[in-house]
Design a protein around this ligand. Structure first.
Ligand code: ATP
Ligand code: MG
Length: 424
């Protein structure tokens, strides 16, 4: 038996070889968010359990079986956030951000769900979430989809993603549809799987969302929610699709798209890929006009989505963005004077060449062993300080990846050489 402590199941480390891709992707995402006028909000990872029960819904997968809930030392029930929308609404209400104003907000960070871990499904995973408040029309729904679209274009993965759209109508329309759906599935009750049979009376729309292959043909025959929409809901949806048509954004209507959370109404959408197996939904969201009042705020139109970063990153593994972080230069120092001068020189280089990635060898060793480390680091150039160079305040400059002799130069010359070679 090993007594090494391992990470909690389903909670993964993002290692230094992967973080450069994560950071580049995050920078592009944030860049586009700013292009569209979205502002960042930072929210706690822990909220009162009641917040999620009241917003996400008691009979959803998340609340029924996926939450990390615990009592703190005062006996209060707290939960690691399974998603960001509830906390975002809570914060906006708490700070009066919704009254008579519109908000375009985004956040990012870890979410926690106790699911069965598999590729693309973890117990701690990262989302970028976007929420827009105070705008009731389909134009803001379209804006969110356009923002997604720009993301995929900037990341070079537009051809890997398909947009699926549906409308869930109003609560009343859904209620009526729900009745039809229960009637339909009840006639097949004996062939429903266990989950679906349970949902038949608690949350029948979720049956449509079932991932069980044996349920698919039954689901395909179910009545379609789009047929139960009233005039206003229909108009909202049609205007949205006409905006998308104008912009040349392709979409598929998917009347089975219901989303896992109770608070959605009208527009719902998902960006899905066929490249990630069963975990194909990369980004998903919709309108949730009822949630703010459900949390005791004034009725406020709201629409948002969340992007799953692990799934997005998985799509980008072969992308040119997925390059490791490699130092430009690796400094080798041998001898006490060289070690002291090297630190001075390194700081001077960092002052004069912002953006320079310079690793200074620490821990001593011979020229030979330090050169080996330099080579292993992947650096393009070695900067060499031995006793001779140090005595004359010079430094050796040696290309490690390309042809070229080592040259010995002054510190000033070195700055110019690096500037020319790396930052031309
Ligand atoms: P799924 O149907 O895959 O369970 P969901 O409907 O539960 O997804 P949302 O709550 O809408 O997902 O979350 C938005 C996005 O967050 C998902 O589309 C996905 O990319 C990501 N996501 C959700 N759950 C997980 C998880 N357990 N591990 C990794 N990513 C996740
Ligand atoms: Mg889920």
């Amino acid at each position: 038996m090993s007594d090494k402590i391992q990470a909690v199941r389903g909670m993964h480390d993002i290692l230094p070889d992967q973080t450069p891709l994560w950071r580049k992707v995050e920078a592009i995402l944030v860049d586009c968010l700013e292009n569209y006028g979205y502002r960042e909000i930072r929210l706690p990872i822990v909220e009162k359990t009641e917040l999620f029960k009241r917003s996400i819904g008691e009979v959803t997968d998340i609340v029924e079986k996926e939450m990390y809930t615990f009592e703190d030392r005062n006996g209060e029930s707290l939960t690691l956030r399974p998603e960001g929308t509830a906390g975002c609404v809570r914060a906006c209400l708490e700070h009066g951000l919704l009254h008579n104003q519109v908000q375009r907000l985004w956040y990012q960070g870890p979410m926690f769900r106790h699911e069965r871990p598999q590729k693309g499904r973890y117990r701690q995973f990262y989302q970028v979430g976007v929420e827009a408040y105070g705008m009731p029309g389909p134009d803001i729904d379209a804006e969110l989809i356009l923002l997604n679209w720009r993301w995929w274009k900037r990341l070079g993965i537009l051809d890997k993603l398909e947009l699926q759209l549906n409308s869930l109508g109003t609560i009343e329309e859904r209620q009526q549809y729900r009745g039809e759906l229960v009637a339909y599935f009840s006639t097949y009750e004996e062939v429903l799987d266990e989950d679906s049979r349970r949902r038949l009376h608690t949350n029948p729309l979720r049956i449509l969302d079932s991932k069980n292959p044996e349920m698919q043909s039954l689901i395909a025959g179910a009545p379609s929610l789009l047929d139960y929409l009233g005039e206003a809901s229909r108009a909202h949806f049609q205007t949205l699709t006409s905006f998308l048509d104008d912009m040349g954004i392709a979409y598929t209507l998917n009347s089975r798209l219901v989303r896992g959370l109770d608070y959605y109404c009208l527009t719902v959408f998902e960006w899905v890929t066929s490249e990630l197996g069963a975990q194909g939904t990369v980004c998903a969201g919709g309108r949730y006009d009822g949630l703010v009042s459900q949390l005791n705020g004034k009725p406020t139109p709201a629409v948002g989505f969340a992007l799953g970063l692990e799934r997005l990153i998985a799509l980008l593994e072969d992308s040119p963005l997925a390059t490791a972080q490699i130092p430009h230069c690796y400094m080798i120092r041998v001898g006490a004077t060289a070690e002291r001068q090297g630190l001075l020189l390194a700081e001077q280089l960092r002052d004069e060449l912002p953006g320079l990635r310079l690793t200074v060898h620490c821990g001593g060793g011979s020229f030979k062993s330090q050169f080996k480390k330099a080579d292993k680091s992947g650096a393009r150039y070695a900067l060499i300080l031995g006793e001779d160079e140090a005595a004359q305040k010079q430094v050796g400059f040696k290309p490690l990846r390309e042809e070229g002799e080592q040259q010995t130069v002054s510190w000033e010359q070195l700055v110019e050489i690096i500037r020319r070679q790396i930052f031309h």
